[in-house]
Design a protein around this ligand. Structure first.
Ligand SMILES: Nc1ncnc2c1ncn2[C@@H]1O[C@H](COP(=O)(O)OP(=O)(O)OP(=O)(O)O)[C@@H](O)[C@H]1O
Length: 216
């Protein structure tokens, strides 16, 4: 697979999509090798702290009151010392990212009062600031309305093309995958391989997933 690519990971509920991400993060034992930029992840100390890998889980809960802007600026934690404060420049960067995602109107609001979809967009803004080489997204558009769904897939394609990122995206949203460029990995197939994305590939996989439910 090319170093910079969009990879959609699809498959039935329970097919092992999130489990694959857990392996990427060394949270479970696994057979074989996971290589990123030629580095074996088993021997790469703290891929998150070094900016190699970042992960957006399916559900990310915040149980304390915090403004959207304060949460987003924390995406810069990797570039900060432990007790170092965020600067005016950091906040400007966070504001610019929120503006890019059309979220400026929410920046002063308490994050815990946002709708599920708005919260999901804010996490994406924080992830953009983290600026890791490889991002793992677990159903990032699950709660989004049709407009934001389309926008997020566009944004992910831009991350790959303009910023040279590698994006692994677990999704059940096959409709929005059709115009995407990159690869599709269907974990419900008996021998999953990377298939180049095209409207035809997406259509074939949609038919495959609808026809039968594989339970391993
Ligand atoms: N710690 C665990 N111990 C035992 N079984 C587990 C564990 N974690 C996951 N599983 C099982 O492994 C299978 C794959 O789970 P996983 O969460 O990877 O599915 P998924 O493809 O992400 O599904 P979904 O689309 O529903 O999010 C499931 O059957 C799940 O019950």
């Amino acid at each position: 697979m090319p170093a910079q690519a969009f990879v959609a990971i699809v498959g039935h509920n329970g097919a092992g999509k999130t489990t694959l991400f857990r392996a990427f993060q060394q949270k479970i034992p696994y057979q074989g090798q996971l290589l990123l930029h030629g580095l074996d992840l088993r021997h790469t100390k703290d891929a998150a702290a070094s900016g190699l890998l970042s992960y957006l889980p399916q559900k990310n809960i915040v149980s304390f009151s915090i403004s959207v802007l304060d949460l987003v600026v924390m995406g810069l934690f990797r570039k900060k010392g432990f007790f170092e404060n965020y600067t005016a420049q950091d906040y400007a960067q966070a504001r610019a990212t929120l503006a890019q995602l059309e979220l400026t109107h929410l920046q002063e609001q308490d994050f815990t009062t946002l709708s599920g979809g708005e919260q999901q967009m804010v996490w994406l803004a924080q992830l953009m600031l983290q600026d890791a080489d490889v991002v793992l997204l677990d159903e990032p558009t699950q709660q989004l309305d049709v407009y934001y769904k389309k926008q997020v897939f566009r944004l992910l394609q831009q991350w790959v093309r303009q910023k040279g990122k590698t994006v692994f995206c677990i999704t059940h949203d096959l409709y929005n995958l059709q115009p995407m460029q990159g690869f599709l990995l269907n974990l419900s197939k008996p021998d999953p391989t990377l298939e180049p994305l095209s409207p035809e590939t997406v259509q074939q996989n949609q038919v495959y997933l609808e026809a039968q439910r594989i339970v391993r």
